[in-house]
Design a protein around this ligand. Structure first.
Ligand code: SF4
Length: 133
């Protein structure tokens, strides 16, 4: 098997180093352009099991707003992102929604949950946002 070079950006911290990864299939031979060790770890994970955090919104019935923002409790494998978005598109919650509420548990056995990122009260319900006077 021959060596290949792949260019990736390390997104572990805001520096965003441009990495040049020399590898044989999924085996990392050399990483260049990283300013710290985490870049090497990131390159290895990107080749073996790339994962991303997912943030999106889901529908809410009877809520102050029609959508509530949600996020994954941990990064999920990249190949499952489309499936997760598709699944969440079909979800409709009932207001009120509480911040941290599990919208989906252990998505496809990954151990990753999808959680509400904010409170969403029912229409007409008093909130700290609207004030109580
Ligand atoms: S290699 Fe280190 S310094 Fe560069 S983006 Fe990754 S974590 Fe940040």
């Amino acid at each position: 098997m021959s060596e290949m070079e792949t260019k990736i950006i390390c997104i572990t911290c805001p520096v965003g180093c441009s990495l040049v990864v020399t590898h044989e299939d999924q085996k990392v031979i050399k990483v260049e352009g990283n300013q710290c060790r985490k870049g090497i770890e990131y390159a290895q994970n990107e080749l073996r099991d790339p994962r991303r955090m997912v943030t999106t919104t889901v529908k809410v019935k009877g809520g102050l707003h029609p959508l509530v923002p949600v996020y994954t409790s941990a990064p999920i494998p990249k190949p499952l992102i489309f499936e997760l978005i598709k699944k969440l598109r079909g979800v409709e919650l009932e207001a009120p929604v509480k911040v941290g509420q599990a919208i989906l548990k252990d998505f496809l056995g990954t151990g990753v949950d999808v959680l509400a990122a904010r409170d969403l009260p029912q229409v007409g319900q008093k909130t700290s946002e609207t004030g109580s006077g």
